[in-house]
Design a protein around this ligand. Structure first.
Ligand code: HEM
Length: 508
């Protein structure tokens, strides 16, 4: 018998490899046959082998990314799908679909893309897996009550008044960056209500806010760029290195704050046991103190979980409100006559000098409708994702288990099917009688259902306080001429591609 040489061994090995590879491919597709069957029933653009439709998102700058998503949605009248590599994405915007998905018990999971925020937010509410999320949200929901939010209004007011002081020195300056100023205002309010510390970003600028913004922007950029999903590419990239540096700096600060709250709580417990009377130095409890209390009383929250929640609230609460306030200033600038009506309302409720109180907020109706209409046209968190844990029947199509669902509320908010003359700015759309005429899921700036925004009421109250304080002293102008002219980009949240182009003119 002839002996087999090294070449024959190599040939046999190659044969085995090719056959196993083919078997693996067949098995992989066989296991996904149900998925393919369901996917095939849903319309969608044709894609390329292996990458599918990933080119829609790949190598796009922030403006192109926004335009591509809008264009994609405009081609379909309802549910459609795209392939991101081997992963099908089901794209929705119809109110009926949104209502099913956002309330479905099997749709509470966030897609894997949210994992990129985990180095900072960990298992905080925003990115937590469903089992952890359920437990934490049940614990935190009661703490986020109206009484607590009311107790924050003096902080919102105090910070807004500091903003006016800062603006006295800056207004009229060329190249005044109003977004940065509002961002500092929000950062100081959120840091004080969440952590109980005066960050003083407004008066002595520090880079905590920039670091937070930078870290979140990189996490979101990664979600939309498949090559950076691979840890070995991301870790050696400039983004990966920068992200780790930013997160490490931010964590040092929040960790120190939580350790201090833990220490205070324990010292107070001992003092109370010894019969000492503890004088409260503040009229409100911060979120971190409430979380520390939950940690001690319920023993259901670990120290790490507290830090994850604090980091989450900082990240979820600052840029969101900052960007919405700036968009509201922009829409005020675009509509000078309406702006005067908002001003009159503020003067009627507040008078000339008094700081804003929680009672005032209930009477600033037009201002609230103005903010709501702004959030319709500029829903800053207009794209978000869920994962289906089971097949989800949407009536006119089924989303198969494990698929990602891409929600685009911008497509709902600006849709002529649901909004007459959708690009017309009209705060009266939010009069109660008008709201009652619509499907409630036509308007979702804060998402909805059990996993909707935890801070929606907090955001409205803080934005109303800030805007009322600012608008009483300043008239807003913008270089934009119309809503249509404001082209948008995806910078984690939506932002105007060419900036906000705002000016503040002192009222005399
Ligand atoms: C104008 C301001 C805000 C807007 C437009 C907004 C919008 C949203 C949206 C759309 C979601 C759902 C995101 C998703 O499912 O991926 C969300 C979730 C969340 N938001 Fe907000 N938000 C705002 C302000 C705030 C504030 C001020 C806080 C806290 C102080 C906050 C805390 C949260 C948290 C914790 C979640 C996650 C909820 C969960 O998964 O259970 N948000 N927000």
């Amino acid at each position: 018998m002839e002996k087999s040489g090294p070449l024959d061994v190599l040939k046999s090995l190659s044969f085995i490899l090719v056959v196993s590879g083919l078997l693996w491919i067949v098995l992989y597709h066989w296991r996904r046959r149900k998925l393919y069957k369901l996917v095939s029933k849903v319309p969608g653009p044709s894609g390329y082998p292996i990458i599918g439709n990933a080119l829609i998102f790949l190598f796009k700058d922030q403006v192109d990314l926004y335009d591509s998503i809008v264009k994609l949605y405009s081609n379909y009248s309802g549910l459609f799908k795209i392939w991101m590599g081997s992963e099908p994405f089901f794209c929705i915007y119809k109110p009926e679909h949104l209502e099913i998905v956002l309330n479905h018990r099997q749709c509470l999971a966030k897609s894997t893309h949210y994992d990129f925020t985990k180095p900072f937010m960990g298992n905080g509410l925003f990115s937590a897996p469903v089992n952890i999320w359920k437990k934490t949200r049940k614990l935190i929901n009661p703490a986020f009550n109206q009484k607590l939010l009311d107790s924050f209004v003096p902080i919102f007011s105090e910070q807004a008044e500091i903003f006016l002081e800062v603006m006295k020195k800056n207004v009229g300056e060329e190249d005044l960056d109003i977004f940065a100023k509002i961002s500092a205002l929000q950062m100081d309010s959120v840091c004080e209500t969440v952590m109980g510390i005066k960050m003083t970003t407004q008066t002595s600028p520090n880079d905590f806010g920039n670091k937070l913004d930078g870290a979140m922007a990189i996490a979101w950029m990664r979600a939309f760029n498949i090559p950076y999903h691979f840890e070995f590419i991301y870790a050696i990239s400039k983004y990966g290195k920068e992200f780790n540096r930013l997160v490490s700096d931010l964590n040092k600060i929040t960790k120190a704050v939580i350790s201090e709250k833990m220490k205070n709580y324990e010292e107070n417990m001992i003092a109370r046991k010894n019969g000492e009377i503890i004088e409260e130095t503040r009229k409100f409890k911060t979120f971190s103190e409430l979380l520390v209390q939950l940690y001690h009383e319920d023993k259901q929250m670990s120290e790490q979980q507290i830090q994850d929640e604090v980091n989450t609230l900082l990240a979820a609460g600052t840029d969101t409100s900052t960007t919405t306030i700036c968009f509201t200033l922009l829409t005020l600038g675009l509509h000078p006559e309406l702006q005067e009506k908002v001003y009159e309302e503020i003067i009627n409720v507040l008078g000339e000098d008094r700081v804003v109180t929680k009672q005032d907020l209930q009477h600033l109706d037009l201002l609230e409708r103005f903010i709501k209409e702004t959030m319709r046209l500029f829903p800053i968190a207009g794209f978000f994702m869920r994962k289906a844990d089971d097949d989800i029947d949407l009536g006119d199509g089924v989303v198969p288990a494990n698929a990602t669902i891409l929600i685009n509320t911008m497509a709902t908010h600006r849709n002529a099917k649901y909004w007459k003359d959708p690009l017309k700015f009209d705060p009266d759309r939010f009069l109660p009688e008008e709201v009652a005429k619509r499907h409630p899921y036509c308007y979702l700036p804060f998402s909805a259902g059990p996993r909707g925004c935890l801070g929606a009421r907090y955001a409205i109250m803080s934005m109303k306080t800030n805007l009322a304080t600012i608008l009483r002293k300043y008239r807003i102008t913008t270089d934009y001429k119309s809503i249509e002219e404001v082209s948008l980009k995806v910078h984690m949240l939506l932002r105007p591609a060419d900036g906000f182009k705002l000016s503040l003119v002192e009222r005399t």
